[in-house]
Each structure stands twice: as structure tokens, then as C-alpha cells.
Write a protein that binds this ligand. Structure first.
Ligand SMILES: C[S@@+](CC[C@H](N)C(=O)[O-])C[C@H]1O[C@@H](n2cnc3c(N)ncnc32)[C@H](O)[C@@H]1O
Length: 263
């Protein structure tokens, strides 16, 4: 058993994530994310999970390209979207043929760190990158961080997330068109009574390490938070923000941060 808790294969992770996503959906979280978007032409989604986020994005975007490392979840999203009447093309990142992009949603099964992404997606062809609620099964985290599964600790989850965020900024600087946006949504533990302005400036500070390097601008006033119930995290055995040992004044939130590309 890894120190992250339950040993979790990609299909175990898929099952646990589905429970979390349903609970987030029932609390209006995906609607809240969707409300923050204006109509968009082409969206790149990092990690479609079980498809709730992709459905929310499909309601605002003209075309969605979603990269998903977990094949079980990629297939689940494909079936879920089709059942909602949305056309889907699904392709492996290492497939010889490139996607046709003729469907509303194209799911690329692969790792966002795979450089082939840059052959599949043309530079400056994306208007928006959605990086919502990043987390992964232990094997993927361990490969990315260069550790064995047994060496992983709960601290590696936020570290993994930072790696993915950095990758989004890097990809964004190549793939985003003028005025493109990267939208990050994450689960965080916050002091429930902390003034919003303090939270906004702390998260802007954390992101500026990457956003400054890749020429993105973050407006603190654009950073929004939404309270979520601990029960929605307890719906699965995925370790999100480890609130079990946290002081009682810490509560669970989703935080939304937009970074605008400065061309
Ligand atoms: C916690 S789920 C969130 C899914 C979805 N964005 C949502 O909001 O419901 C995170 C998803 O990102 C995928 N993911 C994590 N790291 C990835 C990577 N390096 N490349 C591609 N997908 C990744 C995971 O497999 C998982 O399905």
C-alpha cells in the first residue's frame, strides 16, 4: 500500500473520481465554472475525468480538445457525452494518424507532458485552456515526479498539481491565440473567515512564479472561491486536500484563477 492511502489503479481512480464529480455536480460546481466563461471558440481541456467538466465546457465552446491520461475515464467521458447528444472523436496520443477535429469534442488519450501534443495541436489555434481540479492516480504522479509509488506522500499531490500548472503555462505560451486565457480551478483548504482579498493575493503570488515567466497576467479581482462540503471529498478515497488532520477553522473551497496571455 502506498503512503497515499488506497492502492489505486487507473480504473479504481476512475471509479472514485466519478463519485467526487457527481457530488461536485450536485453542488453546482460545474455550473459555477461554466458561469465564469464567455462563449469561446476552441478550448483545450487538461483532464476530462468522467466528463462533467467537458459537458460544461461544451455548453460554452465551439470545439473542445481534451487530453486525458486515464483511458478508463477517457472512454467514460466519450460515452457520457454521446449520451448527451454531443459528437466525440477519441484517439490515442501516439496514434499514427492525427485527429480530424470534425466532432465537437476530440479526446486525446495521453499524458499532457507528452511532446506529441505539439504535433497534434497547431500553435495559436486554442483560445482557452481549462485546467480544472487536477489530480491523478498514484502511478502517473510517481512517473511525473520521478519517485516510486512507495515514496509518494500527500505533499506530492500539490507538487504534482504545480507541475501540471507549469505545463499549462508552457503549452499556453505556444498554443494560445492572442487574448487566450488559462483557467485553473482547484480544491483548496482555506481559513473560512479569511478576507477574500488576502486569499486572492496569496494565490496570485503563487501563480506569478509561472505566469511571469511565460508572459501571462493575473488580475487578483478575477480570482473567485466557492465553498464545497467535506462530504463531497469523502465521497471517494482520493486524497484531495487532506483536511482530516487540519484545524477546525479550515474549510474546503474551490478556487478559480484566470491567467491572460500577453502577446
Ligand atoms: C480530478 S480529475 C478532474 C476531471 C475534470 N477536469 C473535472 O473537473 O471533473 C483530474 C483528471 O486529470 C487527468 N490527468 C491528471 N494528470 C494528467 C496528465 N498528466 N495528462 C493527462 N491527464 C491528466 C486525470 O486522469 C483525471 O481524469
Amino acid at each position: 500500500m502506498s503512503k497515499l492511502g488506497t492502492p489505486m489503479s487507473p480504473s479504481d481512480y476512475a471509479q472514485h473520481w466519478r463519485a467526487n464529480a457527481e457530488s461536485f455536480d450536485n453542488q453546482g460546481c460545474y455550473q459555477w465554472m461554466n458561469d465564469q466563461l464567455t462563449p469561446i471558440f476552441t478550448i483545450l481541456e487538461i483532464g476530462c475525468g468522467s466528463g462533467r467538466s467537458t459537458l460544461a465546457l461544451a455548453r460554452k465552446g465551439n470545439k473542445i480538445i481534451s487530453i486525458e491520461a486515464n483511458e478508463t475515464l477517457a472512454c467514460e467521458t466519450s460515452s457520457y457525452l454521446r449520451s448527451e447528444g454531443i459528437s466525440v472523436e477519441i484517439i490515442r496520443i501516439d496514434s499514427v494518424s492525427l485527429p480530424t477535429f470534425s466532432s465537437k469534442v476530440t479526446i486525446v488519450v495521453g499524458d499532457v507532458f507528452n511532446e506529441r501534443m505539439l504535433q497534434i495541436i497547431k500553435p495559436r489555434s486554442i483560445n482557452f485552456i481549462a485546467c480544472w481540479l487536477i489530480g491523478a492516480y498514484p502511478a502517473l504522479i510517481s512517473v511525473t515526479l520521478g519517485k516510486t509509488i512507495d515514496e509518494l506522500t500527500t505533499q506530492d499531490i500539490p507538487d504534482y498539481r504545480k507541475n501540471v500548472h507549469q505545463r499549462c503555462y508552457e503549452l499556453g505560451s505556444i498554443l494560445l491565440a492572442e487574448d487566450g486565457i488559462i483557467h485553473f480551478v482547484d480544491r483548496v483548504g482555506l481559513i473560512a473567515t479569511a478576507p477574500l482579498a488576502e486569499t486572492q493575493s496569496e494565490f496570485a503570488r503563487q501563480h506569478r512564479k509561472f505566469s511571469d515567466r511565460f508572459a501571462f497576467n493575473i488580475k487578483e479581482s478575477d480570482i473567485a472561491i466557492k465553498h464545497i462540503t467535506q462530504a463531497s471529498l469523502d465521497a471517494s478515497q482520493i486524497q484531495h486536500i487532506g483536511l482530516n488532520d487540519a484545524p477546525p477553522e479550515i474549510a474546503c473551497f474551490m478556487i478559480s484563477i484566470k491567467a491572460a496571455f500577453i502577446v
